[in-house]
Design a binder for this molecule. Structure first.
Ligand code: ATP
Ligand code: MG
Length: 576
């Protein structure tokens, strides 16, 4: 005989039992055996489970039904009197609700049977209040990632649908805060008042809603702004081995946005809590937290949280982008994100491919990074610039995840550990780094002053290799080597010291005008600092103009070079 389970606070009387059996006969045309199980049901109600369907007579169920009716009336656009009438005529009735059962649970993943109509990405609610998201649809079961601790979910417990997809709270209130992948503050301060919710997964802006990247997003790092400029709406990958200064570049880029009306979002994926805390403190000390949100899925968080974090953070960024603002988002780092996704996929029984990653690992990052864009003026003209970070092993940029992300992004900054340990920091490898769109976004002043820098450095590197073992070099070669060494020295920059545009322009004009030629390599840093402070004193009008308008005339360049030569002569006299 078919069985139906009745949940209620108190055992039903024989009369009530008879009524339920009759209801089931009317509904299904068959006789049912009624089994009673005691359970706390709100409002002294009942819950009747038949297979995967549940009839809810609890207070909550009735309220849900009322809400649904009201929504229907609203959607149909009936007038308010009619609405009143409908509510008046409304009688609570039982609605079948789909209920599933947990088959297995572990590692932040649960498999659920019985929810035949659940869709991909839907939020499910587990008995006890834990929420999860559908990630895998199979014939017999569905795989679900859990948002809370899986200790609170047990096999055999009930699961219900919400018919909604995952969303995060967004708003101005999040600036200056550290939140987790679901937008919940984790910095121990008061809760945030959100301005609304946005879906975690969202399609990227369409082609007609975009415009070309044509405005600079200055990082304040000389080596980057001069040779690999980044534009607003661009995706520029930062790639390198561990401990080569990847995070440092991203943090300096965030610091440089101070006073430029750019919203920054830093997503920490799988990092130690202590290093994120230190980084937050660093940003706060330098006044950068006022315009920054930190989204954190730490090393101790579950893989599903690591998987969600970049998507949630992007949703928060889109909120600002669609309001016409400029956003800079840093994903630190996507290799750990891919590893978390690999773990989830394997637990969900998906078949492994190359390096055991699932087949859709390219889509994992392409759909994320495509959401960064420069919106058209009709759409408000906002932008989101992405700086994804990828960690390589042994500088192997041809591994699976690095090649994938290199092909998605608009260029990469390749950091080399040899350079880093030789003291050349930031350790940008000039030969392997590239920016595919940023050149259009470089200001005229920058273009003019940085002109042949890349070429000169390429020549220097080539010559350095050839002359490594030669003992007697002619004067021209010696001069060229010195010039190259000087350029490399000039590109060294301390952490947390972003340079403004006029400073970069001054240094570049001086270096490329061979004004530093006679300065010993070890003194270049002191000379550069002297030059900048002198320029700022004697030619503050020109400095301001470069910062404001981004223009430099030939005469002005000569003027800077004259000054640089003077400073150099004096400098050499003093140091001798
Ligand atoms: P990880 O692989 O651990 O994430 P990473 O590549 O992000 O490392 P960072 O943490 O940014 O590297 O930098 C490593 C160390 O190098 C830090 O101690 C940092 O302070 C130092 N460093 C980075 N850039 C510079 C720089 N330009 N000048 C001096 N020190 C730097
Ligand atoms: Mg790092």
């Amino acid at each position: 005989m078919n069985r139906a389970i009745l949940y209620s606070n108190a055992e039903p009387s024989p009369k009530q039992r008879e009524k339920f059996v009759e209801f089931l006969r009317g509904k299904y045309g068959e006789d049912y055996e009624l089994v009673w199980e005691q359970e706390e049901v709100e409002g002294n109600g009942f819950r009747l489970a038949v297979g995967t369907e549940v009839y809810d007579w609890s207070l909550q169920g009735r309220l849900a039904q009322l809400r649904e009716t009201l929504q229907k009336v609203k959607a149909e656009g009936k007038l308010i009197p009619l609405l009143k009438e409908t509510v008046h005529d409304w009688v609570p009735q039982a609605l079948a609700e789909e209920i599933g059962t947990v088959e297995s649970v572990g590692d932040g993943i649960a498999t659920v049977s019985g929810l035949d109509n659940a869709v991909y990405g839907e939020i499910l609610i587990f008995q006890g209040g834990v929420r999860g998201m559908v990630m895998e649809l199979q014939q017999e079961f569905l795989g679900c990632i859990l948002f809370d601790d899986d200790d609170n979910v047990s096999a055999g417990s009930r699961v219900s649908r919400t018919k909604r997809t995952a969303a995060v709270p967004v708003g101005e209130g999040f600036l200056g805060r550290v939140v987790n992948a679901l937008g919940v503050p984790v910095d121990g301060k008061e809760s945030v008042r959100e301005d609304g919710y946005r879906p975690i997964e969202h399609p990227a802006p369409a082609i007609i809603d975009r415009q070309p990247v044509n405005e600079p997003m200055e990082t304040g790092i000389l080596a980057i702004d001069s040779m690999f400029p980044i534009g607003r709406g661009q995706r520029e990958l930062i790639i390198g081995d561990r401990q080569t200064g990847k995070t440092a570049i991203a943090i300096d880029a965030i610091l440089n946005q101070k006073g430029r009306d750019v919203i920054c979002i830093y997503v920490a994926i799988g990092q130690k809590e202590s290093s994120v805390a230190q980084l937050t403190e660093n940003l706060r000390k330098r006044g950068a937290m006022d315009y920054t949100i930190i989204v954190m899925a730490g090393a101790s968080d579950s893989d599903p949280m690591l998987y969600l974090a970049p998507y949630s953070a992007t949703a928060m960024g889109e909120y600002f982008m669609e309001k016409g603002k400029d956003v800079l988002i840093v994903y630190d780092d996507l290799s750990k994100h891919a590893v978390a996704y690999r773990a989830i996929s394997l637990l969900l029984d998906r078949s492994p491919g190359r390096e055991a990653y699932p087949g859709d690992v390219f889509y994992l990052h392409s759909r994320l990074l495509e959401r960064s864009a420069h919106l058209s003026d009709e759409k408000g003209g906002g932008s989101m610039t992405a700086l994804p970070i990828v960690e390589t092993q042994n500088s192997d940029i041809s591994a699976y995840i690095p090649t994938n992300i290199i092909s998605i992004t608009d260029g990469q900054l390749f950091l080399e550990d040899d350079l880093f340990f030789a003291g050349q920091r930031p350790a940008v490898n000039v030969g392997l780094s590239v920016s595919r769109v940023g050149g259009d976004a470089q200001t005229k002043a920058m273009k003019k002053s940085a002109g042949a820098l890349r070429l000169d450095l390429a020549q220097y590197r080539e010559m350095e290799v050839f002359t490594q073992f030669a003992s007697d070099l002619d004067d021209t070669t010696k001069r060229q080597l010195l010039y190259g060494q000087g350029l490399m020295r000039m590109l060294r920059q301390k952490q947390y010291h972003p340079m403004s545009q006029h400073q970069q322009v001054a240094v570049l004009c001086a270096a490329l005008g061979h004004c530093m030629q006679n300065i010993p390599e070890t003194h270049i840093e002191t000379y550069v600092n002297r030059l900048i402070s002198q320029m700022e004193q004697t030619q503050s009008a020109l400095c301001n103009k470069i910062d404001r308008e981004g223009i430099l005339t030939d005469a002005e360049r000569t003027q800077i070079q004259e000054e640089a030569k003077q400073v150099a002569e004096q400098f050499i006299k003093e140091t001798e």
